[in-house]
Design a protein around this ligand. Sequence first.
Ligand code: GCB
Length: 611
Amino acid sequence: MKKLFLVFTTALVVAGNARSEVVIAGVFARQTTSLNGKWHVIVDPYDTGYFDYRRQPYDESGKVTGGFALDKPAKDKTDLVEYNFDTSPTLNVPGDWNSQDDKLFYYEGSVWYRTKFDVNKSAPDHRLFVYFGAANYEADVYLNGKKLGKHIGGFTPFAYEITKLAKEKNNSLVVRVNNNRHAEAVPTVNTDWWNYGGLTRDVLLVETPATFISNFKVQLKAGTTRTIEARVQLDGADKEQTVKINFPSLKIAAEVKADKDGVARFELTTPNLALWSPETPVLNDVKMSAGDDQLKDRVGFRSIATRGTDILLNGHKVFLRGVAIHEENPLRGGRAWSEADAKLLLGWAKELNCNFVRLAHYPHNEHMARLADEMGIMVWEETPVYWTIQWTNAETLANAKKQLNDLIARDHNRASVIVWSVANETPVGEARTKFLKTLVDEARALDGTRLVSAAMEVYADPKDPLHKIVDDPFGEFTDLCSFNEYVGWYDGLPEKIDRIHWSIKYQKPVFISEFGAGAKQGFHADATTRFSEEFQADVYRRTLPMLEKIPGFSGCTPWILCDFRSPKRLLPGIQDGYNRKGLIGQNGEKKLAFSVLQNLYDEKAKADAAK
Ligand code: GCB
């Protein structure tokens, strides 16, 4: 099956015996072949396929000396081989393993995946890459018994060049995916979400000419409303080529010769540039070419900034009517990954009258931001720097930085994405603030056109529990003063909400990145009964008026759109392994609070439109 995709590559050499890892972002405008489907799998709890009996990895020296990576069934009846992909069961790719096989529901460890494919290149000098949308959490990738590399990080794409290794027929692509949790990892061992393992997003073969467009960025030039800036990066031996760019619907085009580093820069001005906004999500076709290489994408142009305590979209004050979302499809169960999944989740957000979503707590699949572009929904994207991380561990920081880099590289052409969030609910402290500041600086250096934030915390005045204070020193470095608060759930009963007053240190837009309450869909009782739909609805009814009293209140993303799986939620008959703070139950049924928020947002939208 061939589809059109766009390739976006940045060469990054990873440690050890690995080859060059290539990030392929914005996968929507180039010829690719899907490797999705049923892959044979071997569940390997003791990592028998990776280590020999002295616990030495078979691929330590860069050469694979044994193990499952070789994918060699027994030659004849005398040959002792204790694995066989061909006769092993299969799992769907994309897909987490936990929701596909009851035996793997709680499994944390290694699963080996194997698929076979043929190659039919359209020209002999063309290059080939294998692309993974994501693998949680670690992936060792092998082609025809040779190691391509090891990727760490469960939610961002990675790719390897296989031009020389790929054969015409019967290539064996083997991936060991391991989802063990580690103290030094990002995220660390403790999260309030399910640790779904597997090849959770699309796997693709990407064919390009010898020199190709590996990267591009198209955006509105800062401080203007009619000037488009573009930067196109070439990769390959013949870099000083002419690069063409064309916006057919805007009737503007240009060509520029790339410099010796393969970079071509453009600046194009047009008299009529319709800007992207939730009310008018205008996207423009853009075509780029260099030699035989051609890309096609759709991009929106808008500006996002803050002024004092206001958020300005295209220069106008905007209130973010949001909701937080985990990457799960509650109807099917398991990780969401497809365009249809994105339609379901963002469709519900639209129905709530949202103009904004927080994609918590890690980068979601690329379909989400692409569809948000089309649907006119602004987006907060986030790295999994969650709760406690090893703040003084240089490797942990490098890992977090890489995940942030890969996310920005993937989505920096999406008009919908207006916030890069670097962390969630991290404990205040010097080492942590230094760590997060590094991430903020990194985000700004990579992309100065969006807001940078993090979900911080609030605490109560020791002398007055109704007096809430936000003064986290990290707030100095972010564009938004965003924090989570759970008055009425973890902090008192709903009636407390009405009596709260605030002290907020920063003169910045105030954004409430979480509030909420748990409710089991279908459980009805009075509004003081925990886990009843009435309790949750009451929290929503009371919270928005309370937040409105905060000077600079600029938006919120209540927690959360749908119930989601969490190993930390153990109350039988009520939670049963789900965090029940969803506005929609695990069965897709809406709870009372859904229409409460829907109505509040409707009134808010009408009032804002009348201003
Ligand atoms: C939070 C966390 C979120 C949890 C939520 C809860 O503050 O950021 O990941 O799921 O609270 O339900 O407790």
